[in-house]
Design a binder for this molecule. Structure first.
Ligand SMILES: *Cc1c(COP(=O)(O)O)cnc(C)c1O
Length: 238
């Protein structure tokens, strides 16, 4: 993509309109209100010009997966928690030694996967004088055991988070395996999203269901996603 702001803004505006259309069509197919789906624009690895163009294109929810990049970009474009008017989503797994910056900068953290990380975030959010909204990341694909808690462990981690004064668990996040075909979307991805949706329904009081990326967000919306995390479809290949 070009780095000329008006041209970049026009390209992103175009792509965002297409993504929003696909979200709306999927929502309607599922009898849902398209307004109930938040498009998180994943700006990871992109320069700050792309963030500015995304804002000019009307995107307000931005996603990063590395704390260092979140710090850099939220210095330039502050999130709601810092008095700005965008929402920064930290979507990647987090090491405890980065909890301080994460707790201070993220408006929603999507990848809580352990009690120890919850405790670290609670402490650092308290230091920052805020309550951090988090999602429990659940491993529903079964393929990458490193990220996300097992489905059976979800309720316990939610309960632990609920016991912490400076962390608020508001929902669940999950990733499906990458589908290579429409057949795989149906055979592998949809069942993974259904498992996450079932967990979401089984745990009372949750409002956010974060699932779906460029390759599978229409299926995620059909299966109940409230937040889709889309990078490539908005900004081109990384
Ligand atoms: C990079 C990333 C995305 C966006 O991926 P695209 O395929 O570019 O849409 C979504 N979620 C997470 C957790 C990511 O790391």
């Amino acid at each position: 993509m070009t780095d000329d702001l008006p041209t970049l803004t026009a390209e992103i505006t175009d792509r965002a309109a297409r993504v929003r259309d696909e979200i709306a069509e999927a929502a309607v197919r599922a009898g849902r209100d398209p307004g109930d789906v938040t498009l998180v624009a994943v700006t990871k690895t992109r320069p700050i010009e792309t963030v500015r163009a995304a804002l000019a294109a009307g995107l307000r929810d931005l996603g990063e997966n590395r704390v260092s990049e979140l710090v850099e970009k939220s210095d330039a474009v502050p999130g709601e928690g810092q008095g700005g008017d965008v929402r920064w989503h930290l979507i990647g797994s987090l090491q405890r030694n980065k909890a301080r910056d994460a707790a201070a900068r993220a408006d929603l953290f999507h990848a809580l996967d352990s009690v120890r990380l919850a405790d670290a975030l609670d402490k650092k959010a308290a230091d920052a004088g805020r309550v951090l909204d988090v999602l429990v990341q659940v491993n529903v694909s079964g393929e990458d055991a490193k990220h996300g808690v097992a489905p059976e462990a979800t309720a316990a981690l939610l309960a632990h988070a609920a016991s912490l004064p400076h962390v608020r668990a508001v929902g669940l996040m999950g990733m499906a395996a990458i589908a290579e075909s429409d057949a795989e979307l149906e055979r592998v991805v949809r069942p993974a999203f259904r498992r996450l949706r079932a967990l979401f329904d089984a745990n009372a009081g949750l409002s956010v269901l974060s699932m779906g990326m460029s390759g599978d967000f229409p299926v995620a919306v059909e299966e109940g996603a409230t937040h889709v995390r889309v990078g490539t479809a908005l900004f081109g290949p990384r």
